[in-house]
Design a protein around this ligand. Structure first.
Ligand code: HEM
Ligand code: HEM
Ligand SMILES: [Fe+2]
Length: 495
């Protein structure tokens, strides 16, 4: 084959690839085209999250892997920052998606919204490149502004922080102005108030303080009050809206559930913050407050399971989009087990004294973030893709249905496997490092070198790979599902 043929061949392949993935955007309103942009970046970052997770997990087993090239601390940081950012992109996408339909009008300030998307995406790219290019060096005022703020999960430097706040203000303007022009609803009200709290809390992670206790005190306002209060409420909103669309549940029912969940969530989640104030130098009364209120936190999560299962059950599981509803059910259980059960297990100070900061936390962190937030985003991707393809049939007998079923199975089994492996490591650390050896430096190393810790790290790698293959299959499925489908989506009757 000469160079010309090769060139033409690859051009034809490229064209085939484009038609293969190409989706006709003409089915989408302007607001929804913007939301699709957010979804695409979300999926790319999800991929990056797992790629860096795999590298970090490999370094646990072979500490010399990529030594001097990619520091473990940087891999870990990219892994968890990519997670936070892709989930936020997913949520923003969901809100833009439901905004026009819920308000009954076209989106207000679309141009500004589009500009914000590109600014944010450009900033995220620069932040990640800087993380990778400047991995070590002195921590100074300038590094705080330009490289890394050093707050776990939200390490982005200060310039990016300020940019993020501006972009969020634009997003917030789009939401409020659109609802104000069209109509407000219970869902719209809860969503708007929640966005004020969610964006406002981010600012608590931006101050600079020299006292580490103060620093941690405010940092937890972002992390805990996001995942155990404001993000949960946002998921409640997205779930409520999706249940109406996918199952035909009456608005009155989902809105009532939403109010109950929000009340319970804020009632337990806000003071539940105290479970992070046990050992950081804050007053002792936090032991009681944190232990008590955080122990109540699983209650709203039970309400969410009942809500989703009751609605699906009362419609005999008849729905217009099987993959989306399967992921919604995975969310109800994942949220309950990952956050509720796994969180509860180590939330009482008597237990947390032994488990604090061990792999026990990582076990809970993986199941909770995946169960509560990855799942609902994936459900929404399926909801969006169905409409994008022109409201086509998307049931369990859809063409190549094995892909969405296997992706669902591999991702969930992979994360559950990692969770169990990490829990075993966490048990061993709590027992040997904390209980037997009394939290000494030597105790730390005995625990790290114990065979049950080391084999758990190998199992985590294995299940990580399973999770990663599930994601690759999911991406393939999202790009192809419903393509060439001529049947229309299953009708759902509202009752
Ligand atoms: C979807 C909701 C939740 C998510 C995403 C989540 C995630 C996490 C993560 C990632 C950590 C580790 C933080 C770090 O890096 O130090 C953590 C810590 C913790 N979580 Fe959760 N969590 C959730 C809900 C809950 C609930 C409902 C409870 C209690 C019932 C709980 C109890 C705890 C406790 C006690 C810690 C501290 C662990 C330690 O001492 O090391 N979490 N959570
Ligand atoms: C390919 C699969 C994955 C692998 C191999 C992996 C690996 C890792 C590793 C090695 C760490 C560092 C743990 C440490 O410092 O001891 C970590 C942390 C973390 N990962 Fe993953 N991960 C994967 C998937 C996920 C998923 C799907 C989520 C959630 C959606 C997630 C959320 C987290 C969180 C929240 C932390 C911080 C935990 C803590 O500080 O307690 N990871 N992961
Ligand atoms: Fe918390």
């Amino acid at each position: 084959m000469n160079a010309k043929e090769l060139c033409e061949g690859s051009r034809a392949n490229y064209a085939n690839f484009i038609t293969w993935v190409a989706l006709d955007r003409s089915n989408l309103s302007a607001g929804r085209q913007l939301s699709v942009n957010y979804f695409i970046v979300a999926v790319i970052l999800f991929f990056a999250q797992l790629l860096f997770g795999m590298i970090a997990a490999t370094q646990f087993i072979f500490p010399n892997f990529l030594y001097d090239w990619l520091d473990f601390s940087v891999n870990r940081m990219v892994h968890i920052n990519a997670m936070i950012v892709w989930m936020l992109y997913g949520f923003i996408g969901c809100v833009y998606w439901l905004l026009e339909e819920e308000s009954g009008t076209d989106i207000v300030g679309l141009k500004l919204g589009k500009l914000a998307f590109w600014v944010l995406t450009g900033a995220v790219t620069i932040v990640v490149l800087v993380y990778l290019l400047i991995q070590t060096g002195a921590g100074k005022d300038s590094s705080l502004w330009l490289i890394n703020e050093g707050r776990e999960y939200i390490e982005a430097p200060r310039w990016a922080d300020i940019g993020i706040v501006i972009v969020m203000l634009i997003f917030f303007y789009n939401v409020v102005a659109t609802f104000s022009k069209g109509k407000w609803s219970g869902i719209a009200g809860v969503l708007t108030l929640d966005l004020v709290a969610l964006a406002g809390l981010y600012v608590a992670g931006m101050f600079y303080m020299t006292n580490i206790t103060h620093e941690q005190f405010w940092w937890w306002w972002v992390i805990h009050l996001w995942v155990e209060a404001t993000w949960e409420v946002l998921v409640g909103v997205i779930m409520a809206w999706s249940l109406m669309k996918l199952l035909g549940v009456r608005r009155q029912i989902v809105t009532t559930w939403l109010y109950i969940e929000v009340a319970l969530m804020f009632g337990s989640g806000i003071l539940g913050l105290g479970h992070h104030y046990f050992w950081i130098g804050t007053p002792e009364y936090w032991l009681t407050i944190g232990g008590f209120f955080s122990a109540l936190e699983p209650i709203p999560l039970v309400a969410m399971v009942v809500h989703a299962m009751y609605d699906a059950g009362s419609h005999s599981f008849k729905n217009s989009n099987h993959p989306a509803v399967a992921w919604i059910i995975a969310q109800a259980f994942g949220n309950f087990f990952g956050a509720g059960v796994w969180g509860f297990m180590h939330t009482l100070p008597q237990i947390n004294m032994f488990t604090h900061g061990t792999q026990w936390s990582a076990s809970h962190g993986h199941l909770a973030f995946f169960g509560a937030y990855a799942t609902i985003n994936i459900a929404f991707f399926y909801l969006a893709i169905q409409h994008w393809r022109g409201d086509v049939w998307m049931n369990s007998d859809t063409a190549n249905a094995w892909r969405w079923k296997w992706a669902l199975g591999l991702l969930n089994a992979g994360v559950v496997g990692m969770t169990v492996a990490l829990l075993i490591a966490g048990y061993e650390q709590s027992f040997i490092e904390r209980a037997v050896e009394g939290s000494t430096w030597g105790g730390y190393f005995s625990a790290q070198n114990h065979p049950s810790f080391q084999s758990a790290m190998v199992w985590r790698w294995f299940f990580g790979l399973m999770t990663f293959s599930g994601l690759i299959l999911l991406i393939w499925d999202l790009l192809t599902i419903g393509k060439g489908e001529t049947r229309k989506a299953q009708e759902i009757v509202e009752h």
